[in-house]
Design a protein around this ligand. Structure first.
Ligand SMILES: Cc1cc2nc3c(=O)[nH]c(=O)nc-3n(C[C@H](O)[C@H](O)[C@H](O)COP(=O)(O)OP(=O)(O)OC[C@H]3O[C@@H](n4cnc5c(N)ncnc54)[C@H](O)[C@@H]3O)c2cc1C
Length: 307
């Protein structure tokens, strides 16, 4: 099969590379940042359709990914676990727009003050420091390669290019509609937590992992600065302790910030370029790149097959 160059080694590029390799393509991944250096490595990463549009497509991609993560959770080496957790809401709300993406969702009968509503469901929790190396290993196992290379545009010399450059699409394809939504997180020691908690409006999220707990967060549109703000970190912890009192006194073990690649809508489409290889664009997943990854990768593979 013809060669495909995937530009980008975050969760989106790697998932696309795997589906294309499984379909028999010869795949090379090229990226400025290797998997554990990407925004994807900062993701919390709870399966949750957050800050990604349009709703109908996002719901479908999220549903597909949910199924794949459910299978991956059978293999502890992937870093994927299916964990029950609760989203709390300050006002009574109808079912979430993505309700059909999860097999079941139970209303919380007596939400803790000051919340008025909430729902509990089982969601994939993906431990990115484990999962990204596992994805990269799977690319290698299937015969693909991952090479560090910073590009100023999309490459020539392949039959097809997949553009999974996230926020980098501002440069690789001069798309000004993709913009950063900065997120800062605090890592605290594991205190025996085995459920996730989310207050999406704040946002406050508490995501347990094997060795630590990811506590978030912030969502600052248009902010590019990756410097850790210690005042912000303090406020993140305060709000998280109010939601999950078991976190009080937990030792802080680290801090990180990342830039979600937001866009009015996820760009997933073929672009035919005169005298150049066609491109399948797949970027702009906002706060849900992990959540959407397998659904989008399946669609990218189908688009490449149709070229
Ligand atoms: C604090 C925080 C918490 C989050 N929590 C969650 C969560 O709980 N659940 C969830 O689903 N999502 C979450 N996200 C969002 C998620 O991290 C992103 O949606 C996802 O990482 C996007 O993946 P991507 O592969 O498109 O981009 P990236 O991970 O940014 O990868 C882009 C790749 O393209 C490469 N690239 C870019 N420009 C160039 C260039 N010029 N030349 C060569 N290579 C280039 C980069 O080097 C990189 O390899 C969170 C994000 C943050 C910041």
């Amino acid at each position: 099969m013809a060669a495909v160059v995937v530009v980008g080694a975050g969760v989106v590029g790697l998932s696309c590379a795997i589906r294309l390799l499984e379909a028999g393509h010869d795949v090379r991944v090229v990226a400025r940042d290797l998997p554990t250096e990407t925004t994807s490595a900062v993701a919390a990463a709870l399966w949750y359709p957050y800050r990604a549009h349009p709703e109908a497509l996002v719901t479908g991609w999220s549903r597909s990914s949910y199924g794949v993560f459910g299978e991956l959770a059978d293999n502890p080496a992937t870093g994927v676990r299916m964990l029950a957790g609760t989203e709390v809401l300050r006002t009574s709300s109808p079912d979430p727009w993505w309700r059909s993406a999860v097999p079941s969702l139970t209303r919380v009968e007596r939400p803790p003050a000051p919340y008025a509503d909430g729902w509990t469901f089982v969601a994939p929790v993906i431990e990115m420091p484990v999962y990204l190396p596992w994805l990269a290993g799977r690319v290698a196992q299937l015969g693909g390669t991952i090479t560090r290379q910073e590009l100023t545009g999309l490459p020539d010399g392949a039959a097809t290019v997949v553009n999974a450059t996230g926020l980098g699409a501002r440069r690789t394809v001069a798309d000004p509609s993709v913009f950063p939504v900065r997120g800062q997180v605090v890592y605290v020691e594991q205190v025996g937590l085995d459920r996730w908690w989310l207050d999406g409006a704040a946002p406050v999220y508490v995501i347990p992992r094997s060795q630590d707990i990811v506590v978030g967060g912030t969502d600052d549109e248009g902010a590019w600065d990756l410097t850790i703000d210690t005042d912000v970190a303090g406020r993140i912890l305060e709000r998280a302790v109010a939601l999950v009192p078991a976190l009080r006194g937990a030792r802080v073990v680290g801090h990180r910030a990342g830039l979600r690649p937001a866009r009015p809508v996820v760009r997933l489409e073929v672009e035919h370029r005169p005298d150049r290889a066609p491109v399948v664009h797949c970027y702009g997943h906002g706060g849900a790149g992990v959540t959407l990854s397998w659904g989008c990768a399946d669609e990218v593979a189908a688009l490449v097959a149709g070229l």
